[in-house]
Design a protein around this ligand. Structure first.
Ligand code: GDP
Length: 364
């Protein structure tokens, strides 16, 4: 599955947000299953209205959303790369995530201490990014030193790694995150495997006060500008509101959102923004037993998509029968879609599209 790490300076609202995320998921157990893996790790169901519609049409007994993992990575402070706070321990946690949700304090409250003594989300973002850049630099130096012997031979893999590490190092020494490096397609995988912290896509989460939840404020507007300039994305959320919502039943929550002038829970937007940031897509498997959503990266081939369900599905892949979500719903279900000629047989080269309803045929 895909993992998002929640980072941010102390007292910006990370735990409030994480607890809301996991509690909401726990409360809506049937549709949004949540399980605690470790105290700071939560699996959250990805909200998707399409799944309910498919289940209703197919009479599925169970609805199983696809999941996204959130990790609350506390302890990031100025000096972390030098071992301050929880130091390097949590940096290792960040290496493992696919993307970073960076919570920024965009609320004023004299009762909540700011570690730097002022509310400035853009400066806070820079503080954290600097720590991540320093941590990357340090690990690059170590890794390059470790490659020196291999480079004396003609180890192609070592050469590729060193070349990529050198490019990242150059950017970092120039004061830029490694994500500014433009990587050729043939290097993309090796580049990802380096797991540099500053190559991870960032979703800035502007934590605003309850009153600013609907419209944002001047601080979140600055963050939006910064995110756009960096090619990252942002969402405006009130962790406090999300915390309150997480304690309500679904119906009450709807009403509460309406009163606050919000169309949907911020957490839903957060999860979806993370999904989009990672260029993830959803396909469905639908039957009388269950309607289920699965996550793939954009552009995934049919056999690879089958492999998300089970490795054997990928190995023995023969073909996929597919109906587009819109056809499935417009025609009123699988049988009708089939009769209307909307079920297609697709082979190994097919790139699964977001919303495809799939059946896989495979050899065992
Ligand atoms: P963390 O250290 O980043 O995990 O921050 P917490 O989630 O523990 O929040 C720190 C403090 O800020 C707590 O007392 C929260 O209740 C408070 N807090 C979080 N979000 C908001 C907010 O939107 N407005 C206000 N006024 N306080 C908030």
């Amino acid at each position: 599955g895909f993992k998002m790490g929640i980072v941010g300076l102390p007292n910006v609202g990370k735990s409030t947000l994480f607890n809301a995320l996991t509690r909401t998921a726990a409360a809506q157990a049937a549709n949004f299953p949540f399980c605690t893996i470790e105290p700071n790790v939560g699996d959250v169901g990805v909200p998707d209205d399409r799944l309910e519609k498919l289940a209703a049409l197919a009479g599925s007994k169970q609805i199983i959303p696809t999941r996204m993992t959130f990790v609350d990575i506390a302890g990031l402070v100025k000096g972390a790369s030098k071992g301050e706070g929880l130091g390097n321990q949590f940096l290792a946690n960040i290496r493992e995530v696919d993307a970073i949700a960076h919570v920024l304090r965009c609320f004023e409250d004299d009762d909540v201490t700011h570690v730097e003594g002022r509310v400035d989300p853009v400066a806070d973002a820079a503080t954290i990014e600097t720590e991540l850049m320093l941590a990357d630099l340090e690990s690059i130096e170590k890794r390059r030193a470790g490659l020196v012997r291999k480079l004396k031979g003609s180890d192609k893999e070592a050469q590729q790694q060193d070349r990529l590490l050198a490019a990242a190092q150059e950017a970092l020494e120039d004061g830029k995150p490694a994500r500014v490096v433009e990587v050729e397609a043939e290097d993309a995988k090796a580049w990802r495997m380096l797991q540099l912290l500053t190559t991870k896509p960032v979703l800035y989460v502007c934590n605003v006060s309850e009153d600013d939840a609907a419209e944002g404020n001047a601080l979140s507007a600055k963050v939006a500008e910064m995110a756009a300039a960096e090619g990252n994305s942002h969402v405006v959320i009130s962790a406090r509101i999300e915390e309150e919502i997480s304690q309500l039943e679904a119906e009450e929550a709807e009403m509460f959102l309406g009163e606050m002038g919000l169309e949907e829970a911020g957490l839903d937007r957060l999860i979806r923004a993370g999904y989009a940031l990672l260029r993830l897509e959803t396909y469905f498997t639908v039957g009388p037993k269950e309607a289920r959503a699965w996550t793939i990266r954009e552009g995934t081939s049919a056999p690879q998509a089958a492999g998300v369900i089970h490795g054997d599905f990928e190995k023995g892949f023969i073909r996929a029968e597919t109906i587009a979500y819109d056809d499935f719903v417009a025609l009123g279900g699988e049988q009708a879609a089939k009769e209307a000629g909307k079920m297609r047989a697709e082979g190994k080269g097919y790139r699964v599209k977001d919303g495809d309803v799939l059946h896989f045929l495979f050899n065992t």
